[in-house]
Design a protein around this ligand. Sequence first.
Ligand code: PMP
Length: 400
Amino acid sequence: MLDLDRDHVWHPYAAVGAPVREVTAAHGVRLRLADGRELIDGMSSWWAAIHGYNHPRLNQALRDQLDDMAHVMFGGLTHEPAVLLARRLAAMTGLPKVFLADSGSVAVEVAIKMAVQYTGRSRLMTVRGGYHGDTFGAMAVCDPVNGMHHLFSGALARHVFAPAPPREPDQGYLDELGALVARHAHELAAVIVEPVVQGAGGMRFYHPSVLRRLRELTEEYGVLLIADEIATGFGRTGELFGCDHAGIRPDIMCLGKALTGGYLSLAATLCTDRVAEGIGVLMHGPTFMGNPLATAVAGASLDLLAERPWREEVRRIESGLTDGLAAAADHPGVKEVRVLGAIGVIETHDPVDVARVQERAVELGVWLRPFGRLIYSMPPYAATPAEVARITEAMVYASA
Ligand code: PMP
């Protein structure tokens, strides 16, 4: 398999032929490799597998749905799993209108289209250090430096960037946001941000007062606020949604990743009645929109989330990450250790040697996927204290 992979397969952000490890099965929080080793998954398959792998309830939901239908077009047709999921997401978020998209990036594209169609304006404002996806519309609001804008510069829309948001309350920063929104309001369709946690753009945490100020400013100037909760949604930061840290409701919200418990690609873009009514016909309609298997497993995953004591679990993981990662703060190569909810980060001074970090983590039976200057983990909520301790041990060892 590895030889064939090397000959034919692209992996994320890599050249064909980049080194990979073969997984043959996954159960609970463990990945089984082809050589028989088992690794604790410190990545939840990029924030998604919150309940762990091969969960009997999620498996059963898929089997049951499969017996009815795997897929049917959503243009002019509807079905129970999609309708029930939309109703449920509306109740969870307070945003009643739901567009089902096939990936997080597409959900962001749809959010941008909604804002452009609603306002008739086409520029966006965001903050540096963000990440919103790899399609062109989403890429244009990713951090211009670590989003590699220079590779695609002629092909990207030019938006308005505020400096990266601060961790501590900072009136000067809020005033700067105010001045930027005021200067550009006439051309802005929306402000788009990841609430409280900036994920793939740098694993940075910022103060909720920034969100509150953005909500006030966007209301004052008639600009929409888009919350990209694709990484932060469904409890990861300790609240159900990142916006809950600030007590605000955006006009448009994007969800994805953990929506299906990491089983299938599905995302959603939600908006207020006002935005939906203002838009009327929304010009988007993917072939696999509202896929019955994906919406059925998402419904089952939300059932599980409602049943599991996720707040306690996330708090327990937070304290496990805090205790376990403290030792790394003394390493000379480490710039900062930070933890929020079930997210633990070691930021180093120099770019990490990805292969070496992964090798060291695998030695201790843990799967990590560092990038840039960041060794980080978002364990599945199902991870036990002992498993979280193993993950932090591997992170600290790998950062030395
Ligand atoms: N927005 C955020 C905040 C994300 O973290 C991601 C994925 N890392 C995306 C959008 C894009 O989602 P997808 O990879 O499913 O296209």
